[in-house]
Ligand binder design. Structure first.
Ligand code: NDP
Length: 291
């Protein structure tokens, strides 16, 4: 079922999205500020629009993947006269508030607005590893979905346009927390003359095994119950964690990635929760830190 789709923004990600749409057989119109980036896609059958307005006019469905919301604002603002009747799918990284503001703006100009978060890197677009989060009006999503599925598995999160960026950021936070731990581990291994490559299989195995704990942690958090069947209590962990800081100092490496968790552990134990599970730390994170 071929559809006309326009793609605004042909950076690494926009190019991968346009490629996926072409591979799925859609009629793809592309536009990029630096026009030369359209050439490889044109060679594969895409049409190059001279202006962003031409690209918006060319298709009812318009996918936007630019650097940030400022770029999206700059690209769309001069073309409010051509937005009516379009469905804008903005896959640019931003905050929930930015998504809500842009949704209001687009709706005022007669467009349907879906926000999205791409949980993939460009080479994994259109592979089973890719999934994309969407939020905005469900009718617009249902209509666009058969086309959007070309990027990867589509997950619809609800009518509030801020939900896709919120979950996108939550997942990216999970990733950076994991990367932070692994980078610290590599620095520690290297301090003893070890190689990152030799250590990597162990790191991956342990991170994957412990990653499975996310669901058990979620059950405790949703129940607000951190004291049942505890196998690794916070007091014990806090004692061990002190060794992590000492070991880093002895090795002459930075402690900057590992100190924040230690301060949470210490505070929670000091507050009388030393017998509880790791999940209990979430109770310290629900509000900004006082002072
Ligand atoms: P790139 O840096 O490769 O591309 C940036 C794009 O934004 C280019 O098309 C660039 O145009 C355009 N752009 C920047 N500023 C402006 C402006 N003021 N006016 C018009 N166009 C502008 O980034 P990616 O393609 O990798 O990322 C695009 C979005 O996708 C980002 O929001 C990113 O967070 C998100 N994303 C990226 C992932 C990745 O791994 N790459 C993963 C998941 C999401 P020009 O070519 O003219 O410079």
């Amino acid at each position: 079922n071929q559809k006309a789709v326009s793609v605004l923004g042909l950076g690494d990600m926009g190019t991968a999205l346009a490629d996926a749409l072409l591979a799925a057989g859609h009629r793809v119109t592309v536009w990029n500020r630096t026009a030369a980036k359209a050439e490889p896609l044109v060679a594969k059958g895409a049409s190059r629009a001279e202006t962003a307005a031409d690209a918006i006019v060319a298709s009812q469905l318009v996918v936007i993947c630019l650097l940030d919301y400022d770029s999206v604002g700059q690209v769309l603002a001069p073309h409010t006269d051509v937005l009516a009747g379009r469905t804008l799918v903005n896959l640019t990284n931003g905050t929930p508030a930015q998504a809500r503001e842009m949704a209001t703006w687009a709706t005022e100009h007669g467009a349907d607005y879906l926000d999205g978060g791409i949980m993939a890197v460009p080479p994994s677009i259109a592979t089973p590893a890719a999934f994309v989060l969407y939020s905005g009006p469900s009718g617009a999503f249902d209509t666009a979905r058969p086309v959007l599925d070309a990027f990867g598995e589509s997950h619809y999160l609800g009518a509030d346009p801020g939900l896709a960026p919120l979950h996108d950021i939550a997942l990216l936070n999970s990733m950076y927390g994991m990367f932070g731990g692994v980078l610290h581990a590599y620095a520690l291994v290297r301090s003893a003359g070890g190689s990152a490559a030799e250590f990597a299989p162990m790191a991956r195995r342990y991170v994957e095994t412990m990653g499975a704990y996310a669901e058990a942690m979620a059950a405790r958090i949703d129940a607000g119950d951190y004291a049942d069947d505890v196998t690794s209590n916070l007091a014990m962990q806090t004692t061990a964690y002190a060794n992590f800081l000492t070991a880093a100092e002895e090795a002459g490496i930075s402690t900057e990635l590992i100190t924040p968790i230690y301060s949470l552990l210490q505070r929670r134990v000091a507050d009388g929760h030393g017998h509880e599970d790791t999940a209990s730390l979430v109770e310290l994170l629900g509000t900004p830190r006082a002072g």
